[in-house]
Design a protein around this ligand. Structure first.
Ligand code: ADP
Ligand code: MG
Length: 253
């Protein structure tokens, strides 16, 4: 059994009179990929940003790696990596220069090429951020979350808007981050992605957690309840065709 790395207790967030997060409690275990799923407006980003110390909470208690969010937000910032949804990278700098800039901000020595290697962007080292494709931008922004060698990485919809290939490339990247012992918290709208990647998922709806378990357990529970899916007529789907035609390997894009 892994240790608890994040503990959220009775968390609430109101925006004025609107209750965006309604008394949720959950734990994230060290070394797992934890998914937050739910429709738009469910409160996923709000919950994430509170854990990231970027948004205030209305009430509740959040502990991150043994530190209380209310007492030690600056210590928490040092051990987490946050992927911002709209990355405001200096458009005129190339990737190496951007990594140097970030490592300076974090006061961390990093091997920029090794970091780019990890996200398969060494060929783009001298390219400007604005010249990258969507998938490459996402991979680069994930690379920047790793500069301070965080214990926990937060990814808010990292694969939204990517083509199927680029999504799969990102899955491999996220798995490799976890394999190094980093805890990953991710939000996604793609159920196949959650099933592939996440050890456990919490499903949120209208500010509440309505289910929390491993994907396997959730599926088993549904089947046990008598749910039956119509048998598939074909053993492949159009996405399989797309992947098969365009090649599974990580492309240069
Ligand atoms: P999700 O990420 O699950 O789509 P969010 O956490 O972004 O959901 O938003 C939850 C709810 O809170 C939504 O109804 C959203 O409109 C509202 N909300 C988010 N941010 C603000 C804000 N700064 N001011 C007022 N309402 C907000
Ligand atoms: Mg969101």
């Amino acid at each position: 059994m892994n240790d608890i790395i994040i503990s959220v207790k009775n968390l609430r967030k109101n925006y004025g009179a609107f209750e965006a997060v309604k008394d949720i409690s959950f734990d994230v275990l060290e070394g797992e990929i934890f998914g937050l799923l739910g429709p738009n407006g469910a409160g996923k980003s709000t919950t994430l940003e509170i854990m990231e110390t970027l948004r205030s909470k209305t009430s509740g208690e959040v502990m991150v790696a043994g530190m209380n969010l209310d007492l030690e937000p600056n210590h928490i910032k040092k051990i987490i990596g946050v992927q911002l949804q709209t990355s405001g990278f200096y458009p005129g700098l190339n990737l190496l220069e951007l990594i140097e800039l970030f490592s300076g901000l974090y006061n961390q020595e990093v091997d920029a090429m090794e970091l780019l290697q990890l996200v398969n962007l060494t060929e783009k080292a001298k390219s400007k951020y604005k010249q990258l494709s969507g998938g490459q931008k996402q991979r680069f922004s994930i690379a920047t979350t790793l500069i301070n060698q965080p214990k926990i990485v937060f990814l808010d919809e990292p694969t939204t808007g990517l083509d199927p290939q680029a999504r799969r490339n990102l899955w491999d990247l996220i798995k490799s981050i976890r394999e190094k012992g980093t805890t990953v918290i991710i939000t996604t709208h793609y159920m196949d992605e959650a099933e592939q990647l996440c050890d456990r998922i919490a499903i949120m709806d209208e500010g509440k957690i309505i289910a929390l378990a491993s994907p396997d357990k959730m599926i088993d529970d549904l089947v046990t309840s008598g749910f039956e899916k119509p048998k598939p007529i074909k053993s492949a789907n159009l996405e399989d065709v797309f992947i098969s035609l365009t090649g599974k390997e990580m492309r240069a894009e």
